[in-house]
Design a protein around this ligand. Structure first.
Ligand code: ADP
Ligand code: MG
Length: 691
């Protein structure tokens, strides 16, 4: 048979037939390389041992593990035997091997054994006779079974971990010959890492736990490195095009600040300093502006836009929904009242004629700032001289989408704003191609927001509280989860609740309903009436999640709070407490599991969005919210973004240094890395010539 290569299909591996090959394919394993890189996710030290005390008597086979506490041998009887007493924390059991004299040199007092077999009962006592055994540890260290660490592989319906293990054993000997090396010895030595072939082999068959930890560190590093190389290449491509250098001046600065009826906070000033330094250069800015809801990001973005306009350029501000685009537009128009800045709103609901007029004015430079949804850019709207793009709440987009959005012939400076606090791991991955500024303090004079968690049966008290607030001239939000999100059944819990409240507890108040299936125009008018105070309580499904700004709203009641994500609840909570009055957010929930209780408690305990986000990430894992895959990044199989944060940082530093040095990964000693990046980002990116 021909020698195995990495690309050899598994059916050519000795002992693997077509039937097995098909089963392996279901796990995504098609080649020898796939086999070698199919790593165990853990090792069992003592094959699924059960407590000795739980041995129920004769019957099904069982595995126990423990230490030898007594030895007895009968060498010369009619039926010679070797017997021990095996003890764990729960009890002890006799184990007897007939004709077991050969064990005398292997099994001693203190030796640790795993025993597998069918227990039997002799004189009312459970015992094992002639079971299988494995030496886990012996005091002299001479008889240790090398198979002590049992790999446990991700397995399939038809293929157990043990079967996979037996196949991998057949190719493992080839790892050293087949697995390509990525780095030279010096590179590895400086980082205290083993070679990749050695790491691959040790991932399957480590000498001991520490050896495995070392191998895992190397493989996790490799995954992070390839991911970061892709990010570094995107970043390199973004800044490789020229951009308008927008220099600030004292006069411009003064004129912009005069537009705001308040003094900017220190935190806002710091963000502005970052941004103005960026856009003064002739390379595009790529910055993420992060700040809790109400921290004043929009004002900072407007500062940047006005600077661009002062330099004779255009700016675009994009929001995720029409409601928010409209709100931004109204706010910006207020700030700019009486100035010469020309501003337009571009949203889907406009009439074709109106739309055409706006598009024409954008193209010939009659408009300075356009506010709209993402359609602004994706539909290839033409600008005469666009120099700045601000994207609000863009956390739903991925790294690779960002590059395509900007790939359309112009290189504007780029500012992403998000009120979702981004844990540091994600700042290095999903947002890894951006620089980060954080607004970490709210403007002065804001009230405090208290968060309470109450059971559903306390709803009567909650409504008393709401009526008090409404009587004092303040406003309230009631938030309901979507009960049935299917478009055919347009029923939301919000709708039911609206009728109940309107006919009952809130019948003396002006209340209004807003939900996802309403026409934008109806939604807008409901929002407007709430904003002006005509409507006192807004009964809503999650559409008010982002960006809504109504300073007089001081109460938020979130029903079935346990159905929302933590980050989402934090976002919602940010809708109140935007004025000078103290506010309250009431989570109405009857959490059933300890975890659900813990999640809600996080919100009650802290108002700090970063803490909430870190906790959310910890509870749900990065996969669900910010999984790397849905953001166009390669999947991480071994590395854990939270546990391996330091390793991720190291890989990032290394990747950015490599790309700075060799932006096309063309150097001979980078060829393997080049192949790995192309493979990992398969088709998602076009980062490398010829890839
Ligand atoms: P964000 O976009 O971060 O949610 P905004 O920029 O919309 O925050 O600001 C929230 C509210 O705070 C707005 O009403 C805004 O006018 C006000 N605001 C922003 N900056 C300041 C400041 N420095 N001092 C006082 N009020 C401010
Ligand atoms: Mg905002």
């Amino acid at each position: 048979m021909a020698q195995l290569e990495l690309g050899t299909e598994v059916c050519y591996v000795k002992g693997v037939g077509l039937a097995w090959a098909r089963k392996l394919a279901e796990l995504g394993i098609e080649t020898v390389e796939d086999l070698l890189l199919h790593f165990p996710f853990r090792f069992d030290l003592r094959r699924q041992a059960q407590p000795i005390a739980s041995l129920a008597g004769a019957g099904t086979s069982a595995t126990v593990a423990g230490e030898v506490t007594a030895l007895k041998e009968n060498r010369f009887g009619r039926k010679p035997f070797f017997q021990i007493e095996l003890e764990d924390e729960t009890g002890s059991v006799p184990v007897k091997w007939f004709g077991g004299g050969y064990l005398r040199d292997k099994i001693k007092m203190g030796t640790q054994l795993a025993i597998s077999g069918k227990p039997s009962v002799y004189r009312e006592q459970v015992q094992f006779v002639n079971p299988q055994f494995q030496i886990i540890y012996d005091p002299e260290g001479t008889n240790l079974d090398r198979d002590e660490l049992m790999p446990v592989y991700p397995a399939g319906k038809q293929l157990t971990s043990r079967m996979i293990s037996s196949v991998i054993k057949r190719v493992l000997g080839e790892a050293e010959r087949l697995i390509p090396r990525w780095f030279d010895a010096e590179y590895l030595e400086r980082r205290g890492m083993m070679s990749r072939p050695a790491a691959v082999a040790a991932m399957h068959k480590p000498e001991e736990k520490d050896h495995w930890a070392q191998a895992r560190r190397r493989i996790a590093y490799d995954e992070c490195l390839v991911m970061q190389l892709g990010i570094a290449l995107m970043r390199m491509r973004q800044i490789s095009r020229p951009a308008h250098a927008l220099a600030n001046s004292e006069l411009i600065d003064q004129r912009i600040r005069a537009r705001f009826p308040f003094k900017l906070t220190d935190a806002q000033d710091r963000a502005i300093a970052d941004i103005t330094a960026d856009i003064a250069r002739d390379r595009p800015m790529n910055r993420l502006l992060q700040g809790d809801v109400g921290s004043g990001k929009t004002v900072v973005a407007l500062y940047a836009a006005l600077l661009a306009i002062a330099r004779g350029k255009q700016a675009a501000i994009m929001a995720p929904t029409e409601i928010l685009a409209t709100q931004h537009y109204n706010k910006i128009r207020d700030y700019l009242a009486g100035s010469r800045v020309r501003i337009a709103l571009l949203v889907g609901r406009q009439k074709p004629a109106e739309r055409k007029e706006i598009l024409d004015s954008l193209a010939d430079g009659q408009i300075d700032i356009v506010v709209g949804t993402h359609a602004l850019i994706s539909e290839g709207v033409k600008f005469s001289d666009l120099a700045l793009v601000v994207v609000d709440e863009q956390h739903r987009f991925g790294v690779t989408q960002r590059t395509t959005i900007r790939g359309k012939g112009f290189a504007p400076h780029y500012l992403v704003m998000t009120a979702t606090p981004i844990p540091r791991t994600l700042a290095l991955t999903v947002f890894g191609d951006l620089d980060v500024s954080v607004i970490d303090a709210l403007p002065p004079g804001r009230g405090k927001t208290e968060t309470l968690c109450v059971p559903h049966k306390a709803m009567g008290d909650v409504l008393d509280r709401v009526r008090e607030e409404l009587d004092a001239g303040r406003q309230a939000y009631f938030i309901y989860p979507l009960v049935n999100p299917s478009p055919e059944l347009e029923l939301t819990a919000a709708e039911d609740a609206y009728h109940d409240l309107a006919d009952g507890p809130l019948k003396d108040y002006e209340i209004s309903l807003i939900h996802g299936q309403m026409k934008p125009a109806d939604k807008n008018s409901a929002m407007d009436r709430f904003r002006t105070g005509e409507v006192q309580a807004l009964i809503a499904s999650v559409v008010v999640e982002v960006g809504m700004d109504v300073p007089a709203a001081s109460v938020m009641v979130i029903t079935h709070a346990e159905r929302f994500g933590l980050a989402q609840l934090h976002q919602l909570r940010g809708r109140v407490g935007r004025g000078s009055d103290d506010a309250v957010c009431i989570l109405v929930a009857s959490p059933k599991t300890p975890e659900a209780k813990r999640r809600l408690k996080v919100l009650v305990d802290t108002n700090d969005g970063f803490k909430v986000a870190e906790e959310d990430l910890r509870i749900r894992g990065p996969g669900e919210i910010f999984g790397t895959r849905q953001h166009g990044l390669p999947e991480l199989k071994v590395a854990d973004l939270i546990e391996d944060f330091e390793l991720l940082r190291l890989a990032r530093r290394d990747a950015f240094a490599i790309v700075a040095d060799d932006p096309g990964l063309n150097a001979p000693h980078h060829q393997q890395l080049r192949r790995e990046v192309i493979k990992a980002y398969a088709g998602k990116l076009n980062l490398l010539a010829g890839a």
